[in-house]
Design a binder for this molecule. Structure first.
Ligand code: EPZ
Length: 427
């Protein structure tokens, strides 16, 4: 097990290259199951969720060749198994995308039933609603969910709630189903569009991704392709916050500035200067931080995955900020860690009232989940002492080389191995 040791207080300056989007990659990798032929997927972030997806493909029977650190060639022709093992599917919640892809290709699929998580309950009723409308049946046994269909057919589905996962899973199942599927009240996130673009390159017929109605004409089969995953909007947003909180000057490369607009708009209101280029963005802060009102919403609203990072930034603003979480029931668990650092935050249900303070103090911190963990890193970078962050495994799930990238920008951050004896003493 590892921890991060961070000595903060330095403005971050320089250039950082953003990797491929985790939440696109974890759907595009299962999508290769639908293709007859080799798929070469480029710009894959080298993070544990992507490695787990590749391992699942390999266990199902796919041949996988690493072309380079971020490029893999995948041939799913010889997949002969439709059950993702309990152990592997529990490694990451997004293993539910294997249900849609396996259902589309084989008419059946099985993964572990996703349980609640530290963001609150994470139901998949809307995924199942779409599969059922397409003619599938589902059953749960020993914690595993199984979907099967004799004839998967097109359907008209109106989602009760806007769900990224249900939208993408329904697209996977519908791409080769018989007939036309219309999905209404869908998610419009950049990764939804990215999956549609990848499936279309494989020969699918999908229109409307990025709007709230998606139309999918089922095709007989899909073929191999070479596809490059879009840059990660949230990784980019996280480095923007790193620049803002340390009063630095950072240029991000390999980004799509349009995808960052909801984040850029808030950071400009908070007192940052942002310059957009074709596939780069420069952010700097020279003045004080101004307070904000933020409410997280489905795209193009402010992304929930940036909420913990922006709350940390607001702890140092001159005035009172209001942060409202509109997607997850339980996404303020990290606030206690910030209070240990001297932050003044009051949480009432889904709303956090943040009274800006002059400075945060170093403290022993815990990464309670992926984005909260990244937020702790930002908080530690803003203090003028040394903080240690435990349970960094959550952070490494979604941020490729975060320590090395921050070091390049001038941060004093190290990964330190925690001896097993220290862990057992702590337990
Ligand atoms: C995706 O999760 C992301 N994960 C999450 O990012 C992100 O926070 C979330 O979308 C919202 O943007 C991946 O893409 C792998 P949802 P997902 O289905 O698809 C409710 C990160 O840090 N809902 O859009 O699971 C649900 O409870 C992670 O990278 C149902 O009620 O989220 C939630 O309140 C964390 N029934 C809301 O919808 C369903 O069947 C949005 O969930 C599905 C969802």
């Amino acid at each position: 097990m590892e921890k991060f040791v961070i000595r903060g207080g330095k403005p971050l300056c320089g250039d950082v290259v953003i990797g491929g989007a985790k939440n696109a990659a974890v759907a595009i990798l299962p999508a290769t199951i639908l293709a007859k032929g080799k798929c070469v997927i480029e710009n894959l972030p080298c993070i544990s969720d992507v490695m787990a997806s590749l391992q699942i493909l390999s266990e199902l029977g796919a041949s996988i060749r690493m072309v380079s650190r971020n490029i893999y060639e995948i041939d799913t022709t010889h997949i002969d198994c439709t059950e993702v093992s309990n152990e592997l599917s529990r490694q990451m919640r997004a293993s539910y995308y294997f249900l849609g892809a396996l259902l589309g290709r084989f008419g059946s699929g099985q993964v572990a039933m996703p349980g609640g998580c530290n963001l609150g309950p994470r139901p998949i009723d809307q995924h199942l609603k779409a599969f059922t409308a397409m003619g599938a049946q589902d059953s749960v046994e020993y914690g595993m969910i199984r979907v099967t269909a004799q004839d998967l057919h097109g359907a008209h589905v109106f989602f009760d709630t806007v769900s990224v996962g249900a939208t993408m899973n329904a697209m996977l199942a519908a791409a080769t189903a018989q007939g036309t599927t219309i999905l209404e009240n869908v998610a419009r996130e950049p990764h939804v569009v990215d999956l549609a673009n990848c499936l279309n390159l494989m020969g699918a017929d999908i229109h409307g991704a990025g709007t709230d109605v998606i139309k999918i004409r089922g095709v007989k089969e899909l073929h191999g392709c070479t596809y490059s995953v879009i840059p990660d909007q949230i990784e980019a947003g996280s480095y923007m916050v790193a620049a803002a909180i340390t009063a630095g000057d950072v240029t991000l490369h390999n980004v799509i500035p349009k995808h960052l607009e909801p984040i850029s708009a808030k950071l400009i209101s908070a007192g940052c200067e942002i310059t957009e280029f074709d596939d780069a963005l420069r952010i700097r802060r020279t003045g004080p931080l101004r307070p904000l009102k933020i409410k997280t919403m489905p795209h193009p609203g402010f992304p929930t995955d940036m909420q913990p990072l922006m709350t940390v930034l607001m702890t140092l603003a001159e005035g009172t900020s209001i942060v409202t979480e509109g997607i997850w029931e339980n996404r303020f668990r990290y606030v206690d860690e910030l209070i240990h650092m001297g932050a003044r935050i009051r949480v009432d249900g889904q709303v956090a009232v943040v009274e800006g303070v002059k400075e945060l103090h170093p403290a022993p911190l815990r990464a309670t989940d992926l984005r909260a963990g990244a937020a702790m890193v930002m908080a530690a970078l803003a203090t003028s002492g040394t903080s240690e962050i435990d349970e960094t495994v959550h952070i490494e799930r979604g941020y490729e080389n975060i320590v090395e990238k921050l070091q390049e920008l001038g941060a004093d951050i190290r990964r330190v191995e925690v001896p097993v004896s220290a862990i057992s003493r702590a337990i």
